[in-house]
Write a protein that binds this ligand. Structure first.
Ligand SMILES: Nc1ncnc2c1ncn2[C@@H]1O[C@H](COP(=O)(O)OP(=O)(O)O)[C@@H](O)[C@H]1O
Ligand SMILES: [Mg+2]
Length: 397
C-alpha cells in the first residue's frame, strides 16, 4: 500500500483559506451579513430557511441551481440573485481566472491515494479532489475494493499521506461490509503502528440507497454532513444499479438518461462547491460491434450522459496469468485509463491484498501478514475462472 507518499498538495493551505480574514462560529451568518441590498429581517429569514433545508454552510448555496434556490420557501428571484452574486464577488467565485490562477487552483487540489503506488503514478499522484472518477469493470474486478482503500486513505492522518477528511458512501447494491473496511484500516496499525483511534471514523458515513429517491434524499442530507465532516470523497457504489432497476427496458431509456443527467448534475454541483472527489463504480456490457477494438469490446453502461460527466474513466480487469504467476499475486488486476482530458491512455497493474489495494509485488506480503494475524481472507477462489463480461445489461444501452 502506498504510504508516506509525499502528498505535498495535502499539506499546502489553499489560497482561499489563507486569505480568509475572520472565522466565525456560523459561516452562513457571516456570508449573509456581507450581502448588501438585503434587509436584516430578510437575512434572518433566509438564514432560518437555509438551516431548515440543511444548508449550514455558504458552499451549500453554491451547490444549488437558481431554480432550486427559488423552490425554497420565501426565497424570491431577487434574493436568489443576491445570494449567487455574493459568491461571484468572492475570490473563489471569480468568473475568469488567469492561467496562473487556474494552475494554482489545480495544484492545491488534494490527491487521494489509491493504495497502489503504480496506480497513483498512473493518475499522476492519486485521485484529485473536485473530479469525477468512474471505476468500471466486470464483477470482482476490484471496484468496491478500491473504494475501501480510497476511503481509509481519505480518513488517514495527514502525516501519513492522508487527507484527514470525511467520506460519504452511497451503497446502492448492499455490498458495503464494515468488517472489510476495518481490515483495510488495520493495515496501518500492523505495519506503521497507527492505531484505529487515530482515524476519525465518525467522519465516515454510509447510506443504504437502494432507490433513486433514497439517493436524492441522501444527497440532500449530505449537505449537512459535508461541511461538518469536511468530506473530501463521495462514493456511489454502484451508480447505474438503481437506474437499471427503476427504468427497465428500452422504452424507458430516454427517461432514464434524463434522470441520470439530473442526478449527475446534482453530484457535480456538490463536487465543485465543496471540492470533493466523486468516485462511482459502474458495470460493463459487451459491445455488439464485431469490429470493435480490444479496448472497446466492453463498454461501461450509462451511455453518453455518463461518459461526458466522468473526468477520469478507469477500466479494471483481471491481470494475465503471466503477471499473476510472476509476482505470486493471484489477485492481480489491470487498470487502464480509457478516457481523461489530461492523462494519457496508459495501463498499470495493482493487486487486491488482504488489507486492500496494494502493488502487485506486495500481495504476497499482505497474505503472509494476514496469516500471521489470523484473519480469514479469500485466497482467490477465481484462480482459473476466465473474466466474465456481463452481457445481461446489453439490452438497455
Ligand atoms: N479479504 C480479502 N482478501 C483478499 N482479497 C479479497 C478480499 N475480499 C475481497 N477480495 C478480492 O476482491 C474481489 C472482489 O472485488 P470487488 O471490488 O468487491 O469487486 P467488484 O468489482 O465487483 O466491486 C474478490 O474476487 C477477491 O479477489
Ligand atoms: Mg462491488
Amino acid at each position: 500500500m502506498a504510504l508516506l507518499n509525499e502528498n505535498s498538495e495535502n499539506k499546502k493551505k489553499t489560497a482561499s483559506s489563507s486569505k480568509k480574514t475572520t472565522k466565525t462560529k456560523d459561516p452562513l451568518e457571516d456570508f449573509l451579513s456581507d450581502i448588501k441590498g438585503l434587509s436584516d429581517t430578510m437575512k434572518k429569514r433566509v438564514h432560518k430557511v437555509l438551516i431548515t433545508e440543511g444548508i449550514v454552510d455558504p458552499r451549500g448555496i453554491k451547490a444549488l441551481t437558481k431554480a432550486q434556490l427559488e423552490e425554497l420557501p420565501g426565497i424570491s428571484d431577487t434574493t436568489s440573485s443576491l445570494l449567487i452574486e455574493q459568491f461571484e464577488d468572492k475570490k473563489e467565485g471569480k468568473i475568469f481566472l488567469s492561467l496562473e490562477e487556474r494552475e494554482e487552483l489545480e495544484t492545491i487540489r488534494s490527491k487521494i491515494l489509491t493504495g497502489s503506488k503504480d496506480l497513483d503514478n498512473l493518475l499522476q499522484g492519486g485521485i484529485p479532489t473536485g473530479t469525477f472518477v468512474e471505476l468500471y469493470g466486470a464483477p470482482q474486478s476490484g471496484k468496491t475494493q478500491i473504494c475501501y482503500t480510497l476511503s481509509v486513505n481519505t480518513l488517514l492522518p495527514k502525516d501519513f499521506g492522508g487527507l484527514e477528511a470525511g467520506v460519504i458512501w452511497l451503497d446502492t447494491e448492499g455490498s458495503f461490509n464494515s468488517q472489510r473496511f476495518k481490515q483495510v484500516m488495520s493495515y496501518y496499525q500492523y505495519t506503521y503502528n497507527i492505531p484505529e483511534k487515530k482515524f476519525d471514523t465518525k467522519k465516515f458515513m454510509v447510506a443504504a440507497t437502494r432507490t433513486l429517491a433514497q439517493i436524492e434524499l441522501a444527497l440532500k442530507e449530505a449537505g449537512k454532513i459535508i461541511p461538518k465532516n469536511n468530506v473530501k470523497l463521495l462514493i456511489v457504489d454502484s451508480l447505474m444499479d438503481p437506474f437499471r432497476a427503476e427504468y427497465g427496458g428500452l422504452g424507458k431509456l430516454a427517461e432514464r438518461q434524463k434522470h441520470l443527467n439530473k442526478v449527475l448534475h446534482l453530484l457535480m454541483r456538490v463536487a465543485e462547491a465543496y471540492d470533493l472527489a466523486v468516485v462511482y463504480t459502474n458495470q460493463v456490457m459487451a459491445n455488439p460491434d464485431p469490429f470493435a477494438s480490444a479496448m472497446d469490446k466492453v463498454q461501461p453502461i450509462g451511455g453518453f450522459v455518463l461518459g461526458h460527466a466522468s473526468d477520469i474513466r478507469l477500466w479494471l480487469r483481471r491481470a494475465t496469468s503471466k503477471i499473476r504467476n510472476q509476482f505470486d499475486a493471484p489477485n492481480a488486476r489491470r487498470a487502464l485509463i480509457t478516457d481523461c482530458g489530461w492523462l494519457p491512455q496508459v495501463e498499470c497493474h495493482f493487486s487486491i491484498g488482504a488489507f486492500g489495494i496494494c502493488d502487485v509485488e506486495e500481495e504476497a506480503k499482505h497474505r503472509e501478514l494476514a496469516l500471521e494475524i489470523g484473519f480469514g481472507f479469500d485466497q482467490s477462489s477465481e484462480e482459473d475462472a476466465e473474466e466474465q463480461v456481463q452481457t445481461e445489461f446489453a439490452k438497455l444501452d
